[in-house]
Design a protein around this ligand. Structure first.
Ligand code: ADE
Length: 222
């Protein structure tokens, strides 16, 4: 998979993809990630990328020209263009699964008061990572990359994400423990030390269900 991230602030991404699983996924050629500054596509003599809004109002609005030209120059028939915006569709694990099988994602990060609305016409999807407003789409783009890349076949073992919260069964993950058995008086549930795999599986299913009922009863409606 190739992921191109279009941004005015490439430095924000420094480090974010240079650690752990995402770093290894790039080294092993499971994914290629490119950070592209769409200011480089501006035809304005001063490399301008934004202007004041028609009709008046606060702030600056990202202009069509640099973004249209940038997307047109990198887009192929396999590309999915995704705008990161607080008014997009709410991002869910199911979307991460769907996007993990695509060949080429183009993630468009905004800043300032938003995009000229006509830019939406060259995007295939608009995604929001939650009901809050960030200063730009860069952190949402990192969220998408991280959640999608770990699902690309070969990046982590499939068993490691089959039981994920919000995965196939819409249940939150069961609690896990490691050594020591007792820490500051806090004990690991007896059943996990029993060696009885059938009982452990039942315990985990029940614990998952209980946690979901307590914390996210809305998920059980699905
Ligand atoms: N840009 C600013 N806030 C955002 C959000 N919540 N999701 C996606 N893009 C954004």
């Amino acid at each position: 998979m190739k992921i191109d991230i279009l941004t005015l602030f490439p430095n924000i991404f420094e480090g974010a993809f240079q650690e752990s699983i995402i770093k290894r996924a790039q080294e092993e050629n499971n994914v290629e990630i490119n950070i592209i500054n769409f200011r480089d596509y501006s035809k304005d003599p001063h490399n301008k990328v934004d202007d004041t809004p028609y009709g008046g109002g606060q702030g600056m609005v990202l202009m069509c020209q640099p973004i249209f030209d940038c997307i047109k120059s990198i887009k192929t028939k396999d590309s999915i263009v995704i705008m990161l915006t607080p008014d997009g569709i709410p991002y869910k694990q199911k979307m991460a699964y769907e996007l993990s099988s695509k060949k080429h994602l183009i993630l468009l990060c905004g800043h300032y008061e938003g995009f000229d609305d006509r830019i939406r016409s060259i995007c295939d999807m608009e995604i929001s990572i939650g009901d809050y407003v960030l200063t730009g789409g860069e952190i949402p783009a990192m969220v998408l990359v991280d959640s999608i890349v770990r699902l690309i076949p070969g990046v982590i073992k499939e068993e490691s994400h089959l039981d994920d919260s919000f995965g196939n069964n819409y249940l939150l993950d069961y609690p896990t423990y490691t050594k020591p058995r007792v820490y500051e008086g806090l004990e690991v549930p007896e059943i996990l030390i029993s060696g009885d795999h059938k009982k452990i599986e039942e315990y985990r299913k029940e614990a998952s269900l209980k946690k979901t009922q307590e914390r996210r009863p809305d998920l059980l409606d699905k």
